[in-house]
Design a protein around this ligand. Structure first.
Ligand code: GTP
Length: 342
């Protein structure tokens, strides 16, 4: 069985981290986000098609150097085709029923169970559904008792919402779905393709599941997923190789070759490889990119440093994204499109 993984977005809400790195390669607990997903694919998935665009060379190189135990095809888009266009672009590699997965979701969905549900309903398409409290930020499914979805309502007021279930970013599909997507143009799966399948076939289903679901779209959820997974795995911190820690880590994750000076304290923070944090520094809810240096006696709260940034001693910074280098060519200044929420 083939699984198409959507990994071509710019990840603008995760800038400046995504100025230098594909979003799907951002580490979660020191392992690329996309591997967390690949590791839980059903064993029936023997071929993965990565739908890529932005930073495609990085992704290609990563999978050339690291074997994930399944055949991986890196399928490039000449320009961003959106979630629907990316699926259509992979049609040539798909032989039968297939999965489509957003690369930026961490969740407890059992894909085998979803496939069984899909078969039982003789569905053309089944999507995973997750309940939320804040319906007005999402596209909400109008879902019947038997799981049949009859429509979506975009960002409804709570009193107008047909349910509290949203698209959770994993789909099981029959090849006839390709007939609903035009070739070679930007197509949104959610806004254009799903409504047509619902209208034409009435065999569009939603699969609800329990446990956890996190969309790693923003810095806050990127930090939160670390905290969440550390608690789930019952570990206090996560540390790469060759680190020298003279300070204290609390619910924090550091990469390889990180130096933390005396009396420095990290709370709910993520530090990438090859970073020096001098003495008496406090970080709370921060992400520090590769090769950064933070001068002694600094105090940072809700701060993200892109790769290769240097902060002077006694820097006192709150609520800032720090990036002093040129922004990559072609990188959009706002979201191109969005799949889940705003
Ligand atoms: P933002 O810019 O912060 O919204 O992030 P994003 O670009 O990743 O968009 P979003 O979170 O809505 O995307 C959800 C999933 O679809 C992610 O796994 C993206 O990599 C993927 N995706 C979004 N747009 C495209 C596209 O045009 N082509 C491909 N191949 N994947 C896409």
């Amino acid at each position: 069985m083939e699984a198409i993984i959507l990994a071509g977005g710019f990840g603008t809400r995760l800038r400046p981290l995504t100025y230098t790195r594909a979003k799907s390669l951002l580490p979660i607990l020191n392992k690329p986000m996309i591997l967390h997903l690949i590791d839980v694919l059903p064993s029936s998935v023997d071929r993965i098609i990565l739908a890529v665009n932005y930073k495609k060379n990085q992704i290609e190189e990563y999978f050339e150097e690291n074997d994930c135990g399944r055949e991986v095809i890196v399928n490039d888009e000449p320009e961003p085709l959106g979630t629907g266009g990316a699926v259509k672009n992979a049609e040539k590699y798909v032989s039968s029923r297939f999965l489509v997965l957003n690369s930026d979701i961490v969740c407890s969905l059992d894909l085998n169970e979803m496939i069984r549900f899909h078969k039982k309903n003789n569905a053309v398409s089944t999507i995973s559904l997750w309940p939320v409290e804040n319906v007005s930020e999402f596209g909400v499914a109008d879902v019947r008792e038997n799981g049949c979805i009859v429509g979506f309502v975009e960002k409804p007021k709570p009193e107008d919402a047909p349910s509290n279930f949203i698209n959770a970013g994993a789909y099981c599909m029959e090849p006839e779905v390709f007939d609903y997507i035009e070739t070679g143009r930007l197509v949104s799966m959610e806004k254009e393709v799903f409504p047509q399948i619902i209208r034409d076939t009435g065999r569009f289903f939603g699969f609800k599941f329990d446990g956890y679901w996190m969309d790693i779209g923003r810095i806050s959820s990127y930090i939160e997923v670390h905290r969440f997974l550390m608690r789930l795995k019952k570990i206090d911190n996560c540390q790469g190789e060759k680190c020298e820690v003279h300070g204290v880590l609390k619910e924090s994750c550091i990469g390889d070759n990180v130096f933390i000076g005396e009396n420095s304290r990290l709370y709910s923070s993520i530090v990438y490889d090859n970073v020096v944090i001098e003495d008496d520094v406090v970080l709370s809810n921060c992400v520090v990119g590769e090769n950064c240096r933070i001068g002694g006696f600094s105090n940072l709260k809700n701060v993200v440093l892109g790769d290769n940034e240097v902060l002077d001693k006694r820097s006192n910074v709150e609520n800032r994204l720090i990036w002093t280098q040129p922004i990559p060519m072609g990188y959009p200044d706002k979201q191109v499109g969005n799949v889940i929420g705003e």
